[in-house]
Design a protein around this ligand. Structure first.
Ligand code: PAF
Length: 283
C-alpha cells in the first residue's frame, strides 16, 4: 500500500497505468464496518482502490465537534492494509487548503433543507473538499454511504452540474445488531445514551411499517417519527422528514418514493439516519 499526503504521489500512482480503473472511498477516518463495506465494494468494482483519510475542517461549524472528532490513524491504516487497499491519501490542511486558498463549491437548493438548515455551511465544505479529492485522485468511481443521504444528493448534483467524470456509487447503511447506523460519532455515546440512540432506527422502522401498510401522507409519516423520538427521554429531536428523494422537498403525498430521515441530539451528540423507500422497500 502507498500511504502519502502528497498530491504528486497520488497522481503518479493513479496514472502509472492509465488503463486501470480506480475506486475512491473518501473518509474522515475513524473507520468502521460502514467504511469497510465501501472499500470492499470499491475493490469488487475496480482494478485499484484509493481511500482518503482527512478530517475536513470546513464542513464543521465553529460550534461543532472538529477538535473532538475521533482520530485513530494507526488503526485506520491497519484496517486498510488488511483490506488490500492500493493507496491511502492522508493530506494535511496545508495540502488541502494551502495558503491563499479562496475557491468554494456551493450547491444551492438541495443543500438547504434538513442538514443544511441545521448546519448552514456544512455542504459547502463537503462539496469543496470532495471536488478537490476528485481532482486529485481522478477516480473512475467514488463510494459513499446512504447513511448521509443528503450528502449523496448534494454530491450527485455537483457531479452533474460541473461534469465531473466520475460515477457515484451509493452503498447501503451498515447497522449494529440493534439497528443503530454505524457512525464514527457513536463513539461519543455513554452506555445509557447508546441504548437511547436506537430510537432513531425504531422511529424510521415504525414509519416504514406504516408506509408498507399503505400510508402515503407525508404529515402522518413525519408525525410517527416525531412521536417515537419524543417518547425517548434522552433524545432531543432536530428534524423529522418525509421528502422527495431527489429534490428533498417535504411531501404532502407520496407517489414514487420517499426519503424518511431524522436527526436527533442525545446529550451533545448529534445523530442522523434515514430510510429510502421505493415501491414499499428499504434501499
Ligand atoms: O462522509 C464523510 O465522511 C465526509 O463528509 C467526506 C465525504 C469524506 C468529506 O469530507
Amino acid at each position: 500500500v502507498i500511504v502519502t499526503g502528497r498530491i504528486e504521489d497520488v497522481r503518479r500512482a493513479r496514472w502509472g497505468d492509465p488503463k486501470l480503473s480506480w475506486g475512491l472511498v473518501p473518509t474522515m477516518g475513524s473507520l468502521h464496518e460502514g467504511h469497510r463495506s465501501l472499500v470492499r465494494r470499491a475493490g469488487a468494482d475496480n482494478d485499484r482502490v484509493a481511500v482518503s483519510v482527512y478530517v475536513n475542517p470546513t464542513q464543521f461549524a465553529p460550534s461543532e465537534d472538529l477538535d473532538a472528532y475521533p482520530r485513530d490513524p494507526e488503526r485506520d491504516l491497519d484496517l486498510l492494509q488488511r483490506e488490500n487497499v492500493d493507496l491511502v491519501f492522508t493530506p494535511g490542511d496545508e495540502v488541502m487548503y494551502p495558503p491563499g486558498f479562496q475557491t468554494e463549491v456551493i450547491v444551492r437548493e438541495v443543500a438547504k433543507p434538513l442538514e443544511g438548515a441545521s448546519r448552514p455551511d456544512h455542504f459547502k465544505g463537503v462539496a469543496t473538499v470532495v471536488a478537490k479529492l476528485f481532482n486529485v485522485v481522478q477516480p473512475s468511481r467514488a463510494y459513499f454511504g446512504q447513511k448521509d443521504a443528503q450528502q449523496t444528493v448534494v454530491l450527485r448534483q455537483m457531479v452533474r452540474d460541473l461534469s465531473f467524470n466520475v460515477e457515484l456509487v451509493i452503498c447501503t447503511t451498515v447497522r449494529e445488531p440493534d439497528g443503530l447506523a454505524m457512525s464514527s460519532r457513536n463513539a461519543y455515546l455513554a452506555p445509557a445514551e447508546r441504548t437511547a440512540a436506537t430510537v432513531l432506527y425504531r422511529a424510521l422502522s415504525k414509519a416504514r411499517a406504516a408506509y408498507e401498510q399503505g400510508e402515503r401522507r407525508g404529515a402522518v409519516l413525519r408525525r410517527i417519527l416525531t412521536k417515537t423520538i419524543a417518547a425517548e427521554p434522552l433524545a432531543r429531536p432536530d428534524y423529522a422528514s418525509a421528502a422527495d428523494p431527489d429534490t428533498l422537498a417535504e411531501l404532502d403525498y407520496i407517489g414514487d418514493g420517499v426519503l424518511l430521515s431524522a436527526a436527533i441530539f442525545i446529550g451533545k451528540t448529534r445523530l442522523i439516519d434515514n430510510m429510502l423507500l421505493t415501491n414499499g422497500s428499504d434501499f
